[in-house]
Structure formats: structure tokens, C-alpha cells
Design a protein around this ligand. Structure first.
Ligand code: ATP
Length: 251
């Protein structure tokens, strides 16, 4: 269970998040919507400890998430994707996914400890797990290909695979449909639905593609100028006058 309460983030004179509160129950798929600059990515950056909150609390499975060191977020079962993709272009697809897997491996894993037999066994296990993910996400054929030069839809799937390699319980997706064709959006929605079941994921997805959000999410939270203006089922939020005025009218 994720419980966000009174979360406030300021950048100089800008209040990017203004006392935002909501809860996400295990297994929920929650859409986070709102106009550009509403604070959606800032919220993800707070949950992953990239940004410091000025006020408020975030509890994840009862723990105080805002007290967790940024590098320990993955160990708390939280992984994310990025709006502008965070892949290493020169690394192979498999190695990009392994970067995600190593984040949950033992500290010092990438050091000289690689010479130890026990660590080599773990490396083999991680590689097998990465290969299984590549298979599942239809990436096996490009596993040895550098990420650079692959089609955008493929890069999006690689980023998802990398996040999943960290074995998250809470997956934060930042605009996964941005740049995808209609057909790719439908495929991605089907994939995400299936992965959510298979991997018992709780998901928060920031997305401007309303067909996707309303079709796949159980709940939708809408931000405007850093404040929460709606929180309900897709139908409730779609029919909410404040949301229509602030966002959907223009979406
Ligand atoms: P979009 O849909 O365009 O991605 P968003 O809802 O994700 O927008 P944020 O990126 O969270 O919005 O930005 C919220 C506000 O905080 C904006 O006014 C933005 O300029 C500001 N902001 C975000 N990050 C920083 C930062 N590191 N320094 C200063 N201001 C920032």
C-alpha cells in the first residue's frame, strides 16, 4: 500500500506539488493525468527520492519512504521508466536489461567480487532472468543488438524490461505511450495488463493518451498546478467538470 499525504515540493517560487494526497492499494493500476507542468513527473521524482519533498509523508508498505536513501529505492520494490528513456545506446539490449537486474543484486556485485564463484552463479541467474524477460517482451531477437538504432516502440519495451528486471512491486511508468503508434499503444496496453497479473504489480502510470489511461486504469488521479483536482474511477474523472475544464477539454 502506498500512502501519499500532504506532499509538497517547491522550486524557488514554483510550487510543483501542493499538499497532494492519495493512496494506492496493492494491485491497483492508477493513472496520473493533468496538463503539462502539473507536477506528475515531480511526484515520481519524489517517490524515487530524486527530489526532496518540502512537506508531507509517503508511506510504502508502512515504511517512511522519504527517509529512504535514493539508492535503496529499488530494494524497497520500486522501479520506474523515464519520459525520455534512460537507456545506454551503446550497450546491447540484454546488457541494458541487466543494468536493471543488478540494481537488486548484492552491493559490490559489479566489483572484483565477480571473480567469486558464488557471484558468478548469481550473475548466471540474473542473466537467465534477463533472457526470460527478453523473451516475454518479445525482445529475444534483438538481445545482442545495441540499443542505438532500434525502433522507438522497441526501445520503450526495453525500458520496461529493465524496470521489471529490478523485480518491482510498484512500477512507475512515465508516459509509456508517448511516441507510439495507435497499434503499438493497444499492444502495450495488452502487455501491461498481462504483466500486472503475472508479476502481481501495482502500477502508477503518467500518460497523456486518454484512451489508454481510461481503458486500462482502475483509478485516475488528476493534478493541475501541483494540486489534486480529482481522484476516482475513469468514468468519474472523465465526467468531472474541473478535469474537463483543466485538461480534457484541451486533451
Ligand atoms: P509534463 O506533462 O509536461 O511532463 P508534469 O506534470 O510532469 O508535466 P513536472 O515536470 O512535474 O510536470 O513539473 C511541474 C512544475 O515543476 C513545472 O512548473 C516545472 O517547470 C517545475 N519543475 C520540475 N522540475 C524542476 C526542477 N528540477 N527545477 C525547477 N523547476 C522544476
Amino acid at each position: 500500500m502506498l500512502e501519499v499525504s500532504g506532499l509538497t515540493v517547491r522550486f524557488g517560487g514554483i510550487t510543483a506539488l501542493d499538499h497532494v494526497g492519495f493512496t494506492v492499494r496493492p494491485g491497483d493500476m492508477v493513472g496520473l493525468i493533468g496538463p503539462n507542468g502539473a507536477g506528475k513527473t515531480t511526484l515520481f521524482n519524489c517517490l524515487t527520492r530524486r527530489y526532496q519533498a518540502d512537506e508531507g509523508t509517503v508511506r510504502w508498505d508502512g515504511a517512511d519512504l522519504l527517509a529512504v536513501a535514493p539508492h535503496a529505492i529499488v530494494a524497497m520494490g520500486i522501479a520506474r521508466t523515464f519520459q525520455n528513456l534512460g537507456l545506454f545506446p551503446e550497450l546491447s539490449v540484454r546488457d541494458n536489461v541487466l543494468v536493471g537486474a543488478h540494481r537488486h543484486a548484492k552491493a559490490g556485485f559489479l566489483s572484483a567480487a565477480l571473480r567469486l564463484p558464488s557471484v558468478r552463479r548469481e550473475e548466471a541467474a540474473l542473466r537467465a532472468e534477463a533472457d526470460a524477460l527478453l523473451d516475454r517482451l518479445d525482445l529475444a531477437a534483438v538481445a545482442d543488438h545495441p540499443a542505438a538504432g532500434l525502433p522507438f516502440g522497441t526501445l520503450k519495451r526495453i525500458e520496461l524490461a529493465r524496470a521489471l528486471a529490478a523485480r518491482p512491486r510498484l512500477l512507475l511508468l512515465d508516459e509509456p505511450c508517448n511516441g507510439l503508434s495507435h497499434g503499438e499503444v493497444d499492444e502495450f496496453a495488452a502487455l501491461l495488463r498481462a504483466l500486472r497479473e503475472e508479476r502481481e504489480l501495482t502500477v502508477i502510470v503518467v500518460e497523456h493518451h486518454m484512451g489508454f489511461v481510461m481503458g486500462i486504469c482502475d483509478r485516475v488521479v488528476c493534478l493541475e498546478f501541483g494540486s489534486k483536482i480529482a481522484d476516482g474511477t475513469p468514468a468519474e474523472v472523465q465526467n468531472d467538470q474541473a478535469v474537463r475544464d483543466a485538461y480534457l477539454g484541451a486533451a
